[in-house]
Design a protein around this ligand. Structure first.
Ligand SMILES: [Zn+2]
Ligand SMILES: [Zn+2]
Length: 147
């Protein structure tokens, strides 16, 4: 068994809240017989979109819990943790935001990009520009080993 950081979807109407436990990538997780890791650092924040209900929230250190799993996330061939970086297209806005999704359905890069842009509520940059209105200067989707 290994330590596994998780967050629970914050949407009270999530169709499967008990199952919508979102695993976060954590490189080289220690065995669960070792001490529970001290992670993430203070001030950590992440935009995470629930694959079950499409809702996104900003998750913080206090939202992270530790579970034990038999197989580390990195070795789960059917689970992919994506990071999509969006650069706001509003003139003069410099905002770059990272959006995270744990996918179990082998979405393609194109499908992940589309999934992020239609998340609920409307996805906005750090300056509250909706990307659907302001557009994007750039969009980059990658599978990532850490968050
Ligand atoms: Zn959810
Ligand atoms: Zn913006």
């Amino acid at each position: 068994m290994y330590w596994q950081p998780v967050v629970r979807c914050k949407n009270p109407d999530c169709p499967a809240p008990s199952q919508a436990r979102i695993r976060l990538p954590y490189p080289d997780p220690p065995a669960s017989t070792a001490a529970q890791p001290s992670w993430p650092p203070d001030g950590w924040q992440s935009r995470i979109i629930c694959r079950e209900c499409d809702h996104w929230y900003i998750y913080e250190k206090s939202d992270v819990q530790w579970a034990t799993v038999t197989v580390p996330l990195a070795e789960q061939g059917n689970l992919h943790f994506w990071c999509v970086e969006l650069e706001c297209g509003e003139p003069g806005c410099q905002s770059r935001t990272k959006w995270h999704v744990l996918d179990k359905t082998d979405l393609s890069e194109t499908e992940i990009n589309e999934f992020v842009l239609r998340a609920d509520p409307v996805v906005v940059c750090e300056n509250d520009h909706p990307f659907a209105v302001s557009g994007l200067k750039s969009q980059l989707a990658q599978m990532v080993p850490s968050v």
